[in-house]
Write a protein that binds this ligand. Structure first.
Ligand SMILES: [Zn+2]
Length: 105
């Protein structure tokens, strides 16, 4: 198992987990039970982090995350509020992280 991404924002780590899993790479989220939603623990050791179960998937997983991060920088967009549950989502999300409803911008 190898860590590919760590961030204090659980929503971001969770989003990248979805992207990597969608590519067929088995992953595991660590520390997700410690930080959920708005609560943030300012200690990097406890940040939620995304790991690939198989070390040989590390390169592929990191490529997916790096591409997503680059795309974010190009088009950060406005936060989108979910019409279904009212949660705020980053503007580049296609679906609400909380209820999986498609988001429209
Ligand atoms: Zn929602």
């Amino acid at each position: 198992m190898k860590e590919v991404y760590r961030n204090h924002e659980y929503i971001r780590v969770s989003h990248f987990r979805d992207l990597v899993e969608a590519a067929g790479i088995p992953t595991m989220l660590r520390n997700e039970h410690l930080v959920h939603g708005v609560v943030e623990i300012p200690i990097p050791e406890f940040y939620p982090n995304l790991c690939v179960l198989n070390d040989e998937d590390y390169e592929a997983a990191w490529t997916i995350i790096r591409d997503a991060l680059e795309k974010e920088r190009e088009a950060p967009g406005e936060d989108l509020q979910c019409g279904q549950c009212g949660e705020m989502n980053p503007g580049n999300f296609a679906e609400c992280f909380a209820c999986q409803q498609p988001l429209s911008s």
